[in-house]
Design a protein around this ligand. Structure first.
Ligand SMILES: [Zn+2]
Length: 745
């Protein structure tokens, strides 16, 4: 019932997108349809993330139909400078839907002889660059393929420089929204807002539009008609009253990337409450809401400081604590984590949306994905933080798990986004839901205290703070904090596709007293890539008198585990608490070789180990299917005993196969290895029974005169150390044993 409501709402929303797409080409003021979307707080996170993804894709389609190809890779000239600071001075005319003004950029040349600056800016036919200057001088520039090339007067050798671009026009919508002129309320009031992720800041302001080049600070000076209020990043320093217009001067003093610079302007009603920081200060949490939505906002938003407290306690202090956290209503049907000022739908009142966008302030804004390949470092983290909030806010472990279970993702593709030139790919549900599951699984692998130590270490890593990160940066933190090699984990889950399908079976038998051995067979039966996942898998065994959970570190596709328990088994569950994104299937127990490891063998010493098989119908027939046993050892085909005297030092890999007498016959194979190591020997202990006695004399005589076996090893028989074994050794040994002669040399 709830689901169908959601689908209906989504259909309506997509329809509206196409309507907007058609109407946006006409530059007239027209009331756009308002959509009441998902006021249902019970929408599952997966439904939410899927809708976010689909809405984003619908937007992108609009852009694609406009035939706009975006430069999303750093150009060579862009790699030659570092943007340090931007000042946006923009006038927004809601009647003409024209923005006009300038962007000032202060930057630093990273090479010698630098003189060409390249900025990203849509060469949209409705946008005009009036001039480009530096220090009052007009500069020559070109503008094509969405790049402004600016030729500086002079060469810069690792030196700072600045440019200012004057422009005006009607920004085209792109990406999820980019720049939007909307209306709300009755009578309707303009709402002018932005949403630039992933690379659509360049739709409305010229900049080096790459996540990894954060400006150290930004000034955002926005002029609107005097009855509108502008919300933006950082702190509001000044409101200048120009009569019919007002200029709002916002300053973001923390590093910020271009896609997080935002403005939202309308007749906001404002209210606030306070977050008490870890050090005992206070920070304002401010809400900019549509007046017609004030009472609803007042009923839910005040929970925000508790959420900030939750995340500050778990990860580290709110990163922008000397400014504010804000939420501002805007036109889009979702929400966007603009730094210190999340933009949020006026009709979407869900606690976990607030939690998600707030969590982005740590994961996304404070530490930003280096490029869009690693978007899961933003979205997976923020989605996971929804569950952490549920757990923290009274839901406990069961609330946490049921929330995570609502975010299971079963589709294909990798979390690492290969193709980011197609922006459709960037915001698939996979980066939200499966990305969150990566953290959930990691938590179980390393344990709770280590997991949160990892998140705190990631937060406080000075090379990442207020900067950018790639998956490998996070992996490094995980490995250094946990002391574990986690490469297998990140390879499988970030770069691999799908998930493991575990098929398990078990049997048990008494071993005396009230003890039982449980033989567990685990198969990975997925046909997707990776064909086998390396994961620690919880196995919960319940007997009539006890309950135990063992962790099977499962690596191969087929594996056997043996666990000893008290009392007969009543049930066995694989990963009962769902710590792995997986499917499980139970099966009946077949024939399985349960010997998984064989002891190493000392060279020249007698060796005998019995391979054990369970299930099937005996008697069994054994054989070495491939590889080689150590020289000197043999496998008995009827008993499964590996025995003999190994002679060659080496590691021997081999696969044994067992066949039963069932009808039809059943078989199992097992990969095994035996390491033959150099054994110490006692000279004179010719028969290698650990004592020197008459048995050794007999053994030696037997060897010398009756064709008996060699001493083990041969050197043990050279009792007098003269390099040969002959009668003198027999005499030497008898003298030692019975006539108080010297011991073997
Ligand atoms: Zn997000």
């Amino acid at each position: 019932m709830k689901r169908s409501v959601s689908i209906w709402a989504l259909g309506l929303f997509l329809f509206c997108f196409s309507f907007w797409a058609q109407s946006s080409s006409a530059q007239k003021v027209e009331e756009k349809p308002q959509v009441e979307l998902l006021t249902d707080q019970n929408t599952t996170p997966t439904q939410f993330h899927r809708m976010m993804a689909e809405m984003k894709q619908a937007r992108l389609k609009v852009l694609r139909e406009m035939g706009i190809a975006l430069p999303i890779k750093e150009t060579l000239a862009q790699s030659h400078y570092d943007a340090k600071y931007y000042r946006l001075d923009l006038n927004l005319n809601d009647t003409t839907e024209i923005i006009s003004g300038s962007i000032y950029m202060y930057a630093e040349a990273l090479i010698s002889g630098f003189n060409v600056v390249e900025l990203n800016f849509f060469d949209n036919p409705q946008m005009y660059i009036d001039s480009v200057k530096s220090g009052g001088d007009l500069l020559y520039f070109t503008w094509s393929d969405n790049i402004i090339r600016i030729f500086l007067n002079g060469l810069y050798d690792h030196e700072p420089f600045d440019v200012i671009v004057y422009y005006h026009g009607h920004p085209l919508e792109g990406g999820l929204q980019s720049f939007d002129w909307g209306y709300h309320g009755s009578p309707s009031v303009p709402i002018i807002c932005t949403l630039s992720e992933p690379y659509f800041a360049q739709a409305w302001w010229p900049c080096k539009d790459l996540p990894r080049d954060k400006a150290d600070s930004v000034d955002i000076n926005i002029t609107v008609r005097s009855d509108l209020y502008v919300a933006s990043n950082g702190l509001l320093r000044e409101i200048v009253d120009n009569g019919s217009t007002k200029t709002y001067k916002w300053h973001e003093k923390y590093p910020i990337t271009t896609y997080l610079v935002s403005i939202a302007a309308t007749n906001y009603s404002m209210f606030s409450n306070w977050y008490h920081t870890l050090s005992g200060d206070s920070m304002e949490v401010k809400y900019y809401v549509y007046p017609e939505r004030l009472s609803q906002a007042q009923s839910l938003y005040p929970i925000t400081p508790s959420m900030i407290e939750c995340y500050a306690n778990l990860f580290g202090e709110y990163p922008f604590v000397e400014e504010k956290y804000g939420m501002a209503h805007f036109t889009w049907g979702g929400a966007m984590e603009h730094q210190t000022c999340t933009s949020i739908s006026s009709s979407w009142y869900s606690e976990w949306v607030i939690a998600h966008e707030l969590a982005h302030q740590w994961w996304g804004d404070y530490i930003t994905c280096h490029n869009w390949h690693h978007i899961w470092l933003n979205e997976g983290f923020a989605s996971y933080c929804e569950a952490l909030w549920v757990e923290y806010n009274g839901g406990g472990s069961s609330g946490y798990h049921s929330y995570m279970n609502g975010m299971q993702f079963w589709g294909g593709g990798s979390i690492f986004i290969e193709d980011t030139t197609n922006a459709w790919n960037i915001f698939g549900t996979i980066v939200y839901d499966k990305g969150a599951w990566v953290l959930h699984m990691l938590r179980h692998i390393v344990g709770d205290s280590t997991f949160f130590a990892i998140l705190r270490a990631y937060y406080s890593d000075s090379s990442l703070a207020y900067g950018v990160a790639q998956t490998e940066d996070f992996q490094n933190v995980c490995e250094s904090v946990s002391g574990m090699d986690l490469d297998y984990f990140f390879q499988e889950w970030i770069y691999g596709t799908y998930y493991p399908k575990y098929q398990y079976s078990y049997m048990y038998e008494p071993v005396g007293g009230n003890l039982y051995d449980v033989f567990i067979h685990l198969d990975q039966i997925q046909t997707t890539d990776p064909t086998h996942f390396t994961m620690p898998v919880d196995i919960k065994i319940t007997t009539s008198s006890m309950e135990t959970t063992v962790v099977a570190f499962n690596d191969p596709r087929h594996e056997d585990f043996t666990v000893r328990v008290v009392s007969p088994v009543t049930s066995l569950n694989l990963d009962p608490d769902k710590w792995i994104l997986r499917k499980t299937y139970s099966a009946s127990y077949g024939i399985n070789i349960v010997t998984t490891d064989l002891p190493s063998a000392p060279q020249f010493a007698p060796y005998a180990e019995t391979l054990v098989v369970k299930g099937g119908t005996g008697p069994y027939r054994w054989e070495v299917e491939s590889g080689n046993l150590p020289d000197g050892l043999e496998l008995d085909s009827s008993t499964g005993i590996v025995s003999g005297i190994p002679t060659v030092l080496d590691s021997f890999d081999f696969t044994v196969k067992v066949t039963d007498l069932g009808s039809p016959t059943d078989t199992d194979t097992q990969q095994l290895f035996i390491l033959v190591y150099e054994s110490s020997f006692v000279r004179g202990d010719v028969n290698h029974d650990s004592v020197i006695d008459v048995g050794d004399v007999v053994y030696l005589i037997n060897y010398l005169y009756e064709g008996g076996p060699e001493p083990v090893p041969w050197e043990a028989g050279d009792v007098n150390c003269d390099g040969t074994i002959d009668l003198s050794d027999v005499v030497y040994l008898i003298n030692y044993l019975y006539r108080e002669g010297p011991p073997p040399c």
